[in-house]
Ligand binder design. Structure first.
Ligand code: AMP
Length: 401
């Protein structure tokens, strides 16, 4: 079965076309600058050269149309006809408390996604535009939605509630939802498969450390706690996001700096984290390069970042009354040898022992980086959210048939 996976953002749309027989990628690409002048389409068909087109793409509908044209293109295409695509899977950021699993798109599902716009004003509207674009261009094709929050719906109340008046939860559903769920779910499954153990038998902390970063405690095969909250701002220090802070900082800063709420919100989301402390960049590569050249602010940013990550790992080990597996994934987690070393070297009390040679190896496969004596197995597992979306879509559409 051939499945198209779509990740629609406000001005971008990424896609991957899968052949589910071998779970191979037939083509992938992205449309950028939707609705702006000079939109860019980058299309990478498997076994053929990359294509880059610049044109006007005013909306998501036209973006999907352009993607379809490329997928069936005589020269750059990989399909004989659009009818070969049997299902489309969409990434949707927020599923609220309604969506605990991936699901087939129906008119009711679209309505529910719309109701969640309040909780994810930047992310859910473009996802719905992506669904509508597929409705228009491929009317007969079943669609599935996969939510970033769904995996964390298993969190118990003591993990997901804030200690604020309950009426706020009851009226507005103010609670912790957690994000990166598709990635945490995928890497936990991959880790269990790699270790040859049932996921239900593992107490795992998975660290998705990329531009955004979150940590999840996984017990009995389910998310038990996760570091992001109502929004992706809570938790670990990130590239440009502050992570945890005293909420009183918001009114205090507004008052002292004469800032509006939206300015403080933007400061915490876009001008904080590694970028703010290093004064250099939000990119871990640039931070570690500067640190190695002796830049003190870069070192401070790196130390704060790894310190906070260690605290979360320790807290989650305590929350689960133990842990036996630690997983690193995403851009920084998969690639930064120094970050993994800094984190693991501070957790020897838990029986974590890193093998420096294994840690320094580069590979695109899941691998162990702890020593054979380590009480906790430390793994690097490359994430693949698109593949999980394709798998869920495949399963749901198969079961429906
Ligand atoms: P992601 O959001 O998962 O795509 O991760 C993006 C981040 O990964 C970038 O901002 C970089 O900071 C980080 N990254 C990618 N490659 C490396 C590397 N070789 N070493 C350290 N960090 C890296």
């Amino acid at each position: 079965m051939i499945i198209l996976v779509i990740n629609a953002g406000s001005s971008s749309l990424k896609y991957q076309l899968y052949n589910m027989k071998e779970e191979s990628v037939l083509a992938q690409g992205r449309v950028e600058r939707i609705g702006m002048d000079s939109s860019i389409v980058t299309h990478e068909p498997e076994g053929k050269s990359e294509v880059r087109l610049v044109s006007e793409i005013l909306d998501h509908n036209t973006a999907v149309k352009r993607v379809i044209d490329l997928l069936v293109h005589k020269e750059h295409g990989v399909l004989g006809s659009i009818n070969e695509i049997k299902a489309v899977g969409h990434r949707v950021v927020h599923g609220g408390e309604i969506f605990k699993h991936s699901t087939l798109v129906t008119p009711d599902v679209k309505l529910e996604i719309r109701k969640l716009f309040d909780l994810a004003p930047l992310h859910n509207p473009p996802a719905l535009m992506g669904i509508a674009a597929v409705d228009t261009n491929m009317a007969e094709v079943p669609q599935v939605v996969v939510f970033d929050t769904a995996f964390h719906q298993s969190m118990p109340q003591e993990s997901f509630l804030y200690a604020i008046p309950m009426v706020l939860y009851r009226r507005h559903k103010i609670r912790r939802y957690g994000f990166h769920g598709t990635s945490h779910h995928y890497v936990s499954q991959q880790a269990a498969e790699f270790l040859g153990k049932p996921l239900e038998s593992i107490k795992m902390v998975s660290c998705h450390i990329g531009n955004g970063a979150s940590c999840t405690a996984i017990m009995d095969g389910k998310s038990f706690d996760t570091s992001m909250g109502l929004t992706p701002l809570e938790g670990l220090m990130m590239g440009t996001r502050s992570g945890d802070l005293d909420p009183a900082i918001v009114p205090f800063t507004m008052n002292k700096e004469d800032l509006t709420l939206s300015e403080v919100n933007s400061m915490l989301n876009k001008h904080s984290g590694m970028l703010a402390i290093s004064g250099i960049s939000s990119d871990m590569r640039e931070i570690t390069d500067a640190m190695q050249e002796g830049d003190k602010q870069a070192k401070l940013a790196f130390d704060m970042y790894t310190y906070r990550l260690r605290k979360y790992i320790g807290a989650y080990a305590a929350a689960m009354n133990g842990m036996d597996t630690l997983v690193f994934t995403a851009g920084v987690g998969e690639n930064s040898v120094v970050l993994r070393k800094a984190v693991c070297d501070g957790l020897t009390f838990m029986g974590i022992e890193l093998d420096e040679t294994r840690n320094a190896e580069r590979s695109k496969e899941a691998r162990v980086i702890s020593s054979d004596n380590s009480r906790v197995t430390v793994l690097v597992v490359p994430t693949n959210e698109e593949l999980l979306i394709a798998r869920d879509t495949y399963q749901i559409v198969q079961n429906r048939a």
